[in-house]
Design a binder for this molecule. Structure first.
Ligand code: F1P
Length: 354
């Protein structure tokens, strides 16, 4: 019989090895990615997904904008399906990148059909199961087969698909994969630096709410960390852009709140100022990739001298562990969150005519 939480725990800790496998497999088809890309040369890219994979789309759009200069945006699959005139313009020159761990989520499959019916230029799929409907019906696909999971909440699948997105962006921008290949070892060090803290903060059941702050590449990571905390530990949690937090949400910052800042080295002075203010309001504060004085109660720095675009995947695993530890401390089973299943399957007939 499975021990409570065992799959989630193993899947989180296996990420360095799984990342190595995923990056290795990307190397095998990188030349094909270049070839397919040269044929398309889209003038814009729309990334879609649901839940975790929508947040992954947010990170992907920011990476592509920054690294390639191609107009890139992210949308929930349901928005492309239900409100295409808002989610999309100029379908004929748009590459749709549909991201889905399962490759079977109804909204994503239906959004792809909608995009095709509007004359969309091409559909690329990113997922974990090569034989899924999304991967089989995409014009080209990137698959993280090594990242399959038993748990409902996405952990290693999310970070592995994120690595595929980064490798894809780096290929288009002709940046090479050398920096990405350093990430598995960096994550091993990251776990060494943060595991005790993730465990200690996970036991703090006096904390009632969690806030995850991130700007630029880290905004989608903050949202994904927020979702992990909700799914696994049934805790009120929210994700914000750093400076947005001052515009209302900070009224919730007190001794019952944990504020976690995913600090980006481009904007760190502004972001660390927000953290210092939240600390003064009484919140417990943890700055990830922050080394500025005493802006937070806890600070972990791992930046080294790597380009910022390589880093987003490193912020997440300690926060996955935090959510796991809190779920365990609350007596919950993070492998099977309340009300959730791995895939949201709806009757496709209800979308006919949309
Ligand atoms: C997306 C997703 C998950 C979420 C939930 C239901 O699935 O929304 O992010 O945790 O369990 O499905 P997928 O399209 O990426 O397979």
């Amino acid at each position: 019989m499975a021990v409570r939480g065992q799959y989630t725990f193993q899947e989180i800790l296996s990420q360095p090895d799984v990342w190595e496998a995923v990056l290795g497999s990307f190397g095998d088809y990188q030349a094909e990615v270049e070839k397919q890309w040269m044929k398309l040369r889209p003038s814009q890219i729309l990334f879609i997904g649901c839940g975790s994979t929508y947040y992954l789309s947010q990170i992907a759009a920011s990476l592509f904008m920054d690294l390639t200069g191609i107009r890139s945006s992210a949308s929930p699959s349901s928005e492309l399906l239900l409100n295409p005139s808002i989610a999309l313009d100029d379908a004929h020159h748009t590459l749709l990148v549909a991201i889905s761990r399962s490759g079977t989520t109804t909204e994503t499959l239906q959004a792809v059909k909608r995009f095709r019916s509007l004359g969309g230029q091409a559909v690329w799929g990113i997922g974990c199961y090569a034989d899924s409907e999304l991967m089989l019906t995409s014009d080209f696909r990137l698959v993280a087969e090594a990242a399959h999971e038993q748990s409902v909440a996405q952990t290693r699948s999310f970070s592995s698909m994120l690595l595929l997105v980064k490798a894809f962006a780096a290929t288009v921008a002709e940046l090479g994969l050398d920096y990405l290949n350093l990430l598995p070892d960096q994550l091993r060090k990251m776990f060494d630096m943060t595991s005790e803290l993730s465990s200690a903060l996970g036991q703090r059941l006096d904390l009632e709410r969690m806030f995850f702050l991130g700007s630029g590449f880290q905004y989608g990571v903050a949202n994904e960390a927020m979702l992990k905390m909700k799914e696994m530990s049934l805790t009120n949690s929210e994700g914000y852009h750093f400076l947005e937090f001052r515009h209302g949400p900070m009224s919730m910052a007190n001794e019952k709140a944990l504020v976690i800042g995913l600090v980006d080295h481009n904007a760190h002075q502004h972001e660390e100022r927000v953290m210092r203010e939240m600390r003064q309001f009484g919140a417990l504060t943890w700055g990830i990739n922050s080394s500025e004085g005493d802006c937070c109660h806890y600070q972990i720095a791992f930046n080294a001298d790597r380009p910022a675009w390589t880093l987003p995947a490193l912020y997440l695993p300690p926060l996955q562990l935090l959510a796991y530890n809190r779920a365990m401390a609350k007596g919950l089973n993070p492998d099977n969150p309340r009300n959730l299943s791995a895939v949201v399957s709806l009757d496709p007939a209800v979308f006919v005519g949309e």
